[in-house]
Unconditional design. Structure first.
Ligand code: DGL
Length: 270
């Protein structure tokens, strides 16, 4: 048993996809979310910048006394995990391994698509991880940067009936629809916030895997295996943002399904 909180971070709202699943799976855990909206998007940044931001965010959460950190950001998960694990003696879970394992298990046709940020696609980590896990060598992987979807989500354009959301989804996902995958990894945690718009565009065909959901389930399983769960009644939740707390709270509440009061926090550089 370990009563310390769990930290979760992302460049902004995207990591809430993982947070929402943690809230459901681990009602007794204390959870701290940090959304670095001030520095979003991460996906257009250099590897050095992404690493520095990842270190600063993990440092902030480590300073809150967490026992584990869920890196709810595909961009940081693809570019900085080794560094984070070397720097902080904490349990780290990325959005890379568990979601890729789920995709490999789930595909029937072997056609797997990866939609992510520019920096994630450039790093190639999802592609590599999928191929390493694919014992049969039958996978055909198609990876596509869909950076403008991050902007759409941060601006609150997520619903299929919102013309800006529908336009962004169609512009970014057309090559993925042409590829006809049976499994689509939403490898940027912002993208499941547009799941209905993505589903409306792609139809019922592909299975959509939210990397934040899969990683949250993996963290929950690891806490159990390691005996690090908290016991003692309902846990508390804290939401922090380096951006505008009111805007963050309003957009987050729409997705989480309950109101929140975010607090402003600005971590020191890593
Ligand atoms: N949600 C993040 C990810 O999963 C970052 C998106 C961005 O800020 O570009 O990659």
């Amino acid at each position: 048993m370990d009563n310390r909180p769990i930290g979760v971070f992302d460049s902004g709202l995207g990591g809430l996809t993982a947070m929402r699943t943690l809230e459901r799976l681990l009602p007794e855990e204390n959870l701290i979310y940090f959304g670095d909206s001030r520095n979003a998007p991460y996906g257009t940044r250099t590897v050095e910048e992404i690493r520095a931001l990842g270190l600063a965010n993990a440092g902030f959460l480590a300073g809150q006394g967490v026992k584990a950190i869920l890196v709810a950001c595909g961009t940081v998960s693809s570019n900085a995990m080794e560094l984070l694990r070397a720097r902080f003696p904490l349990l780290f879970v990325s959005v890379l391994e568990a979601p890729c394992a789920e995709a490999v298990q789930s595909t029937r046709t072997g056609r797997v698509a990866v939609a992510a940020t520019e920096a994630t696609i450039k790093a190639g980590a999802f592609d590599r991880c999928l191929r390493e896990l694919d014992a049969s060598g039958r996978l055909t992987v198609f990876s596509k940067a869909c950076q403008s979807l991050v902007r759409a989500v941060e601006a609150g354009h997520t619903r299929p009936e919102d013309p800006e959301a529908a336009r962004a989804v169609a512009a970014e996902l057309a090559p993925i629809r042409d590829f006809a995958p049976d499994t689509l990894l939403l490898a940027c945690t912002h993208f499941p916030l547009m799941e209905d718009a993505i589903r409306a565009y792609l139809g019922d065909g592909p299975r959509l895997i939210s990397v934040g959901d899969a990683a949250a389930a993996a963290l929950s399983a690891q806490l159990r295996t390691l005996g690090l769960e908290r016991r003692g009644g309902p846990g508390w939740r804290r939401y922090c943002t380096s951006g505008e707390p009111e805007t963050f709270s309003r957009l987050a509440a729409g997705f989480l399904g309950h109101t929140i009061t975010a607090e402003r926090q600005v971590p020191q550089d890593g």
